[in-house]
Design a protein around this ligand. Structure first.
Ligand code: ATP
Ligand code: MN
Length: 475
């Protein structure tokens, strides 16, 4: 029986078998207490081995990290902290672990645990994080299913770059030592596997739009890849993105969807991950104690999550945001590292000022200058800004980027050329604006940024099982 289920049972001396990994063993010859965890819950079950019942040789092999099956009666626990425990009658050691097992019961640094990514699942913290990650992923599918969206699987290998940014990983089956060259001396991609240059996708959006312009409401939830060399706590080279795309939605509808979606999935996590969140909240409080008073957060983890689901996100335009930033104290006192003026791409420090200092709640910024946004975003009537929206979260910065899409064929074609994309490359995308074009909008949510927010972790490498970052792909 899973420990999660077992802990809910009332003790009536029924015989049970628990299988899991030993977290701790304490006690003496007369009686030994073994804490076992099987990952089904943050809580351990305690097995009690009284002297004589279990042979010495077996008990010796039961140590932190060992995998065991314990059979015995489920009884009321004498100790505090648990209602039931197993009175061990038989212990099978599936696999022992000696004292070199790295996950010993003491505090480990996150850096150390990253180097042991194959074993870090066996800690309380990572158990909690990956259970929450699962619940959030489930909540995402549930939200869209409940609201009439269809899940669309967009390709992972692509010949187009949705952002026109060019920070992509190439996909090829050429012999890298001697790729075929054309007469001009350049690599001849027409001889490559797909007969053209291909890469790993940075977004499923362009294909998602094609689906939305027939199925009306779609979403993707898949891996995306970016070869940007940004070694930050918020960027991965491989991450999971959720991208809804909806026909007949305009920018306002898109904002309402983003807000309702994020609030609903966070609410689902609060309702379904209470134990894990309580554990992470306690962990964070401990961590905060070592910080100076003025750097401690005002809200505990669970209060922060409740705050986000109970309060409307602040909506304002990019232009209004710039005005606020220009008037801000850090700007006047030259505390911002990057200068502020209309037209700049907001830096993380600016976003965080707006969210954490000025509004003290999530913010949706809209109508950015066209020059800092992607070619497919719908032009505003002033020809200067586009119907873009970024959702900014405390502690994270940008969590969602989206827009109403340009649905006018001529305008889209002009923007495509302006930013230097060959229209031939995305003829299929452009063609949807020729045949039954419709207003539509969508956004991309970086799944790991959501998990970061909900778990209160500070480094994105700790909320994905096996992070891919510059110079790191060990596991
Ligand atoms: P940022 O400005 O933070 O680098 P972006 O503007 O490049 O993000 P978009 O192209 O708008 O990001 O992607 C949509 C969402 O995907 C972002 O809002 C963010 O949540 C997430 N995201 C983008 N890049 C990464 C990354 N390298 N690692 C993890 N999540 C990411
Ligand atoms: Mn963005």
């Amino acid at each position: 029986m899973q420990i999660k289920e077992l802990l809910k049972q009332s003790p009536s001396e029924q015989e049970v078998t628990v299988k899991g990994w030993v977290r701790t063993k304490r006690g003496q010859a007369a009686v030994t207490f073994i804490a076992i965890n099987d990952g089904s819950t943050i809580h351990n079950i305690q097995a009690v081995a009284e002297g004589g019942l279990i042979d010495e040789e077996t008990l010796k092999l039961v140590s932190t990290g060992a995998c065991v099956a314990v059979t015995g009666k489920l009884i009321a626990s004498m100790g505090s902290g648990q209602a039931v425990e197993v009175k061990a009658e038989k212990i099978v050691v599936y696999g022992n672990a000696d004292e070199t097992f790295p996950m010993q019961p003491k505090k480990h640094s996150m850096e150390f645990l990253r180097e042991k990514a194959h074993l870090r699942f066996r800690t309380n913290t990572f158990g909690a994080i990956f259970r929450i990650r699962h619940v959030l992923a489930f909540a995402v599918h549930k939200y869209f299913n409940d609201n009439g969206f269809f899940n669309l699987h967009t390709p992972i290998i692509t010949a187009s770059d949705a952002e026109g940014a060019g920070e992509m990983f190439h996909v090829t089956n050429f012999d890298m030592e001697k790729p075929p060259k054309g007469e001009d001396g350049n690599i001849d991609y027409s001889q490559d596997f797909f007969g053209r240059k291909t890469s790993l996708t940075v977004s499923g959006q362009l294909e998602g739009e094609l689906g939305a312009l027939a199925l009306s409401k779609i979403y993707t939830f898949g891996p995306t890849f970016r070869a940007e060399n940004s070694n930050t706590t918020r960027h991965l080279a491989e991450f999971w993105m959720i991208e809804p795309e909806v026909a007949f939605y305009e920018l306002e509808d898109n904002m309402a969807l983003a807000e309702d979606f994020v609030q609903t999935v966070i609410k689902y996590a609060l309702e379904n991950c209470a134990d894990d969140l309580a554990f992470l909240e306690k962990r964070l409080l401990e961590e905060e104690k070592s910080k100076p008073q003025n750097e401690r957060s005002e809200l505990s983890l669970i209060d922060k999550l409740k705050f986000v689901i109970e309060n409307q996100f602040q909506r304002l335009t990019y232009t209004e945001a710039i005005e606020i930033l220009v008037r801000s104290k850090p700007h006047k006192e030259k505390k911002f590292q990057y200068p502020v003026e209309w037209g700049i791409d907001l830096q993380s420090e600016h976003e965080r000022y707006l969210v954490e200092k000025h509004f003290k709640k999530p913010v949706i910024l809209t109508n950015y200058p066209k020059d800092i946004k992607a070619f497919y975003m719908k032009l505003d009537d002033d020809n200067k800004t586009v119907r873009a929206m970024d959702v900014l979260f405390p502690g994270i910065g940008e969590i969602i980027g989206g827009s109403q899409r340009e649905d006018d064929y001529e305008k889209l074609l002009a923007r495509t050329k302006e930013v230097g994309i060959d229209p031939e490359n995305i003829w299929w995308y452009l063609e949807t604006r020729k045949f039954g074009s419709a207003p539509h909008a969508g956004f991309g949510l970086g799944f790991e940024r959501l998990v970061l927010f909900v778990t209160g972790m500070t480094n994105i490498r700790d909320v994905i099982p096996f992070p891919r970052t510059p110079k790191s792909a060990e596991f």
